[in-house]
Design a protein around this ligand. Structure first.
Ligand code: ADP
Length: 247
C-alpha cells in the first residue's frame, strides 16, 4: 500500500524530476578488476555495483560437478556502507540469498553451460551504494562481466524495474518509490526473444497494469541494450560487440 504521507508524483514529475517513464542515468564499464576473468561496474542512478566473474574453472567441491554442464554460482552482497539502513556485519542474509538465487537463475538461462562440463562459473556482485533496484543493477553488471570474460551466452539479458506509484505506472523505481510506492516489479529478459528470465513483484497490480508495465520494460530495454553494447565496444571494438549480438 502506498504511504499517503509521501507524495511520490507531483504534476507528472517524480521526486528526482524524472518523467514517469524516464530511466536514471546508467553507466556500464567492463574490465574494471585486474585478476578476475571478467568484470564490470555499473552506476545506475545512485546505485554503484561491481561484478567479477571467474571461470569456467575446476568445480570445487568435486561432488558438486555435473558431467554434462558447468554449474553457475552467484553471490550478491551489499556492503556495510551502501546506504543509511545497512549497519554492521557483511555477509549472507535472507535477502541476499534470495537475490543471489534469482540472479543465478536468470543467468543460467543464457550461459551456454553445456559447453563446459564438470566446471564452475562464479559470479560475484557487490553493491557499494544502494538506491533502489540493486538486484537489477547487479544483474546488469554480472551480464557485462560475463561478456568481458568471453563466456558464451545465447543472448544478452536486460533488466529494469517497473512499477506503480501515485497511481501511475513508472519505469526504473528509485529507492523512495521502491520502498513507498504501490508496486515494484523487477524484470529481466533476453534481448532478441524477450523471454522473461526474472520477474518478482511487490504490492498489487491489475492484470492489465502488469501487462502494460511488462511492455514498458521491453521498451526501456532498448536503451539499456545500447549501453551494454557501448561498454563492450569501448573495450573490444565494434566487431566484438556485433559478434556478441547485443545490438
Ligand atoms: P532492490 O535493491 O533490488 O530494489 P529491495 O526492493 O529489497 O531490492 O530494496 C529496495 C532498496 O531498499 C534497495 O535498493 C536499498 O536502497 C534499500 N535496502 C533494502 N534492503 C537494504 C539493506 N539490507 N541494506 C541497505 N539498503 C537496503
Amino acid at each position: 500500500m502506498e504511504n499517503k504521507e509521501i507524495e511520490l508524483i507531483v504534476n507528472g514529475k517524480r521526486l528526482d524530476g524524472r518523467g514517469l517513464h524516464d530511466l536514471r542515468p546508467i553507466k556500464i564499464k567492463v574490465g574494471v578488476l585486474e585478476d578476475a576473468d571478467g568484470s564490470a561496474s555499473v552506476e545506475w542512478g545512485g546505485n554503484k555495483v561491481v561484478a567479477g566473474v571467474y571461470g569456467p574453472r575446476e568445480c570445487i567441491p568435486r561432488h558438486m560437478e555435473n558431467p554434462y554442464k558447468a554449474i553457475v554460482k552467484c553471490q550478491y552482497m551489499m556492503s556495510t556502507f551502501c546506504s543509511l539502513e545497512e549497519h554492521g556485519r557483511m555477509g549472507p542474509n535472507r535477502r541476499s540469498v534470495e537475490i543471489s538465487k534469482v540472479i543465478r537463475q536468470a543467468l543460467e538461462n543464457v550461459i551456454m553451460v553445456e559447453l563446459f562440463p564438470k566446471s564452475q562459473i562464479e559470479v560475484y556482485a557487490i553493491v557499494l551504494q544502494a538506491d533502489g533496484g540493486t538486484r537489477i543493477s547487479a544483474l546488469t553488471a554480472a551480464v557485462a562481466a560475463l561478456m568481458d570474460a568471453g563466456i558464451p551466452l545465447r543472448d544478452t539479458v536486460i533488466g529494469v524495474s517497473v512499477g506503480k506509484a501515485g497511481d501511475k505506472l513508472i519505469a526504473d523505481l528509485g529507492k523512495m518509490e521502491d520502498n513507498f510506492g504501490q508496486s515494484d516489479v523487477p524484470i529481466a529478459f533476453t534481448n532478441r526473444d524477450k523471454d522473461i528470465v526474472l520477474l518478482q513483484m511487490d504490492g498489487l497490480l491489475t492484470k492489465d497494469e502488469l501487462s502494460k508495465i511488462i511492455d514498458l520494460a521491453f521498451r526501456k530495454g532498448e536503451d539499456i541494450n545500447q549501453l551494454q553494447r557501448k561498454a563492450i565496444e569501448n573495450k573490444y571494438g565494434e566487431t566484438v560487440s556485433k559478434r556478441l549480438r547485443i545490438g
